[in-house]
Structure formats: C-alpha cells, structure tokens
Design a binder for this molecule. Sequence first.
Ligand code: MN
Ligand code: MN
Length: 467
Amino acid sequence: MMDKKEKTPGEKLKEEIGFKFKHIAELKPEDISPSMEFAEGYKRFMNSSKTERECVKVLREMAEKEGYAEFDASNMYKAGDRVYFVNRDKNIFLLTFGKRPVADGIRFNIAHIDSPRLDLKPNPVMENTEIAYFKTHYYGGIRKYQWGTIPLAMHGVVMLKDGSRVDISIGEGDDEPKFMVSDLLPHLSAQQNKRPLNEGLKGEELNIIIGNIPFNEQDLAERYKLTALKILNDRYGMTEKDFVRAEIEMVPAAKATDIGLDRSMVGAYGQDDKVCAYAAAIAAFEIKEPEYTTLTVFTDKEEIGSEGNTGMASKALHHFVEDICDIYGLKTRNVYRRSICISSDVNPAFDPTFADVFEVNNSSYLGHGPVLTKYTGSRGKSGSNDASAETMAKVISCMEKEGVIWQIGELGKVDEGGGGTIALFMGDNDVDTVDLGVPVLAMHSPFEVTSKLDLYHTYKAYCAFYR
Ligand code: MN
Ligand code: MN
C-alpha cells in the first residue's frame, strides 16, 4: 500500500473552513439497508393513499393503532397523551402532548396530501363518435402532455340523492379496468408536433375514455354514454345528476415500485407531498414522549394555493390550536410565538439531463438527504416565507445532534420559474417556519422518483426535530 500523502496547508484549511454536501451512501453506508426496509412500508402506504381522503383514512387507522384517540375538548390531557382531529375527511392533525406545558410552544410539522391530478367536471359524461368519455379539469400544476396514454384509476366520493355517501375506487386492482387519455400516433402528428410543449395536449383534450359498447336499443341517442352511466348506476346507485354532488379524481393507476438496478429509489404517483407525509407520520408515531407538544398536520389544497377550508390558508388548524389553548386557559398568540414549524414539502432534485435550469451550488441532489429550503417563491423570493438565520440554526442543530445528513436547495435557477409551499401560512400565524423535505425527480409528473436514503434521513430529521 502507498503511504497517504500528507495534506497541504491549503487542503487542511479547506477542510476546516470549507463545506461540501455529500451523498449519504458515502457518509453512512450502514444506512442503505435500513433505508430499503423503511421504503417497504412507504410503498404500501402510497398504494393505499392515492387521494387526500384515502390518505386521511389510512393515517387515522395507523394513528388509532398507535394509541391516538379522537380529540375531546372537555378532557384535561397529560404528557404523552395522543389525540387526532379530522377536518372534513381531508385533513388530519396528530397531536402528542409534551413534557413541557403547551404554553412553552408547539413543534409543528406540516405536509400536504393532495397531488396534481385530473378531476372530473361537474357534468363529465359525454360521447363522441361511439366512444364514451369523462370531461376533466386538471388540478394543480401538471404538464398536460404527460397525462396521455397512461393507465388511470378513478377515485372519489359521490353524495347520493338520499344523502348517503358512496366511496368510489375503480382501477387499482390488477383485474380491474383502467382509463386513459388518448394521443395521436406519430404517423399523423405532423401538425400537433408544431404545437409548443405546453399545448402538446390541451386542457380540453384531456378526455378520459370510459367505454365503447352501445346500449342495446337502436335509434336511441347517446347509447355509448348510457352504457357507462348504467354500469355506474348498477355499481354505486348513482345517476348522471349525482356527478354534481361528487368529487372524482382520476389518478395514475401505477403502483409504487423500486427504481434502478440497485433499488435505490422509489417511483410512484403523488410523492409530492406524500413522501414527506409518510416520514412525518412515522416520526410522530415514534416520538412518544416529546419535550414539546408536537402537532403533525396533513393538509389539502396545497397544489392549488392552499385555499378553501381544508387548505392551510384557512383557519382550520388555527381553530384546533385554539381548542388546545382553551383547555389550559392560554392565549393562542403566546403559544404561536414560542412555536416552531417545519413545512415538510418536497424540493426539485437536480436532474443532470436538464441541468440548465438548476444552479449547481444551490440545488438539492438525490441521496444527499432532506432539503432545508430557506426560501421558495419566484421573481425575487416573492410569495416566500424566507426563514430566518435563527430558525435555520435551530433546525440544523436538531438534525446534527442526531447525525442526520441534510442538504440545502433552491427551487431552480433565479427567474427560471418558481413556486411556493405552506410555509408562509404558518409565518402568518407568527410561527418561525422553514421548509424541510425530500428531493424529487420528475416532480408533478404521473410517476415521480425519490431516493430511499433521502426518505429515511427525512424521517430521522423529523424525529430529531420532535425529540
Ligand atoms: Mn408539495
Ligand atoms: Mn407540488
């Protein structure tokens, strides 16, 4: 073996005062195997939580198994007690009372469980030239051309005339039918090829094929549509009018699966932001006796601006915090001021194929751990929470105490685009807030990719924050 060369003064100094983020597998190869195991539960979770409602249902079941009981405002709770609150079946709040009183502040961790998708219009069923279709209006930021020619599943709820609710799920089982949006064959796409990419498929072309056999009665108009309506009526008791009382989401039917020869990644629909939601839930379950009261929030409507009473722009969470404060005769504002919040949302991972849109020194990388994002926004940080140095320091210190590998990230090059998270809404509540989440490749596509090591260290980061 050759002798290790003595380090030059420059090399030594660089080590002392310079800094480089590295891949977790370089720093902690022993974490590869537990990260693989952790991802197994994650994939199962993803396959049963394609929509925000399904996600709430699954999280509630998991929480009940972990000893959470439904919140009761008339109870006096003690350290270690765990409660949950469900808001309109689209949010769930998981709270564990800390050893310190609530008056000392709450540790919030907030992830969103809605994802971009194709929603059905209120009057969606139509037929055109012997094919029956659903008309859709997309939800959230999608690149429309990515949603053609992939298998889709139908999820949602319908309120029937009699006031009862029916849950719908078609297309997840291997033997169940799927749905799809068609696209042109290359042989006939000479004109379509000239469209700009954002019009490759246009909004009104995202029509979902649902049938091709006519109702057996000659000379009747719209017989193909009638066959589709009859099948839904037989199965769910719903009529055409009931679509007005429905929320139906068409989502990719693909299952979560390992990606890569080394199985280092997970591919799945809706990882923005259910990858953070899963890590946050498991961390909440794990930290049974936190120092500070912990409140893990799974919110909705982030992808369309967090509006509405199940989104973070509403007072739904604020009212719950008020309920908690009321028990102890506390002023909510005093509790908020002493609180700290992690906005757990994903960050776009550096994509070497499209390196142009990233700035290499301030991008997040697959396998480098959870991404601490000081600010999001666009055009000069507009619409961003922009975390303070003090808040950054607190969260970094929590992570480093427990050996969590983390990185920083920006949402791409300056003025290349932009976006936001729920962080600003907690800022509005007077809570110190910073974004911390998993890097994602192909974000908002029907099939997003994350690294298992990142997922595992994000979970560890959330645990460290709660501990
Ligand atoms: Mn997100
Ligand atoms: Mn998103």
